[in-house]
Design a protein around this ligand. Sequence first.
Ligand code: ADP
Length: 591
Amino acid sequence: MFRRIRWRIALPTITLILLAMAGLGLYLSHLVRQTYLSDLQGQLTAEARLLGDLVAPALARGEAGESLDALARSQAGLLGVRVTFVGTDGTVLGESHEDRSQMDNHLLRPEVQDALVRGQGSSIRYSRTAGYDMMYVAVVVKADGQVVGFARVAVPVRQVEGHVARLRRAVLLATLLAMGLAALLSLFIAGRTSGPVRELTHVASRIAEGDLGARLLPTTRDEVGLLARAFNRMAEQLQEKVGTLDRERGRLAAVLEHMADGVLIVDREGQVQLLNPAAAGLLGVAPENAVGRSFAQVVRHHQLIELWRRYRQQEQERAGVVEVEHQGHSLRAIITPFREAREPGYLVILQDLTTIRRLETVRQDFVSNVSHELRTPLAALKALVDSLRDGALEDPPAARRFLDRMDAEMDALTQVVQELLELSRIESSQVPLRLAPTPAAEAVRPAVERLLPQAERAGLRVSVEIPADLPPVLADAERVHQVVTNLVHNAIKFTPVGGKVDVSARLEGDQVVVAVRDTGVGISAQDLSRIFERFYKADRARSGAGTGLGLAIAKHIVQAHGGRIWAESTEGKGSTFFFSLPTAAETVTRP
Ligand code: ADP
């Protein structure tokens, strides 16, 4: 309680008033007592002198006893004091109030001794006879220049004490009143001063708890008002800065969240401070488990750990790069120390090069495949030209045969080049699909029918079964014909005489799935996964006539339609190729 400002103001004021009033009271009561006493002493001295003059003749005559007692009593009655006459030897000769015979020798009383020396004396002391404090004043009584005795008067000092006590009470009352007033006043002033401070504290606590919009209403123009205004300005700037920081942090978080590269921040001790989802994905760790753990535990790759250790030991300034294979990914790690920041640490960026590396491999394979495909017909052409030059020209029938074969080789070359062009055009989306709702039968049947004569020549039976109630597919009919042609053509090519080729279609969810089944040679499991790659031929000897591009083209066309192509096969029993196309109804409702 006493820590509060109001008490800190009130308490010293009250104490000060208390001390001042106590001091004043003590001083005043002392002063009043002294004044009263000296007044009383003066008055009693005058009365004692009068009495001395009055009693001098009797004392000079050596009177004592009843007559002096009577004088003492009558004078005491008049003056309202106690009167005592003492002889030069200290014997009490007359007394107004007490029994003289009981009284001892008074010569050694302080007032009598003083009177003996200086003519008058006084003393305040407890009177055993009366039972309370009395003031005694004695004077010498002289007759004809001779000391004949002492006249003494006495009054109780109770009266004086009564006056002093009244004064003390008055001072005490005044003190209490002043203290009360001071307490009230200082509490009021302190309340007025500390109120805004309490308000300020309240608002500051709200801001600290996150309510950055909390503000004070400055009510006064004094220092506290100025403080409130300054506080509001500070709160505004704080809110603005926090807002800016928040926005920047949000942007940074969004960048980190969505960037394809993995980002880790590692402190000097090697603890992971930050890790974005891409990094977590590349390293195969859960982000919430990684933060706070050591770099080595998180990356679990000796080359990366080695690079990072080297960096720390040598206190390298430049960025370092290493390319590693990690959990099936080709990773490039770039470690950059950042020293200028307040907390030095390391920025580790992980780039996934898997796709680039795969593309490089595909490109290399592609070039070698193209060269291979072109080399065979070119070599054959070269051989035929050589034969003609070496004399076959002179033999017209042979020359014609050679020319026919050259023609066939040129056709093969043309086919490869055409299919390559086709593939590249489809892959680069140069030929836009002309999608239109097409009945499934129309998309499939014409292509099969065109190949019927070829199937017949190969001694195969072909059946087509397409339910009439299938919904139309959203397709470019000409392109779908190309897919069906490629699949049926393959089926005919890889099915021995007497076999069967069945083409069918059915609805699966919102897709129409077309199947081309044959009873041919089949495809081994290991080839099955690769037959849709460009130039892939399962059995080079048997499929020598093909280019290995047909299925790749089919795959691209189907995928461009939003469908899927796949195959199932048992070696020696036959294969089934499936492809799916979205139905038109489903697509029409699409926004
Ligand atoms: P190609 O022009 O050589 O036929 P494709 O891309 O059409 O090229 O086929 C690739 C390879 O897939 C073929 O060489 C063949 O080995 C295999 N293949 C495709 N269809 C069948 C099938 N119906 N039966 C057996 N093998 C097939």
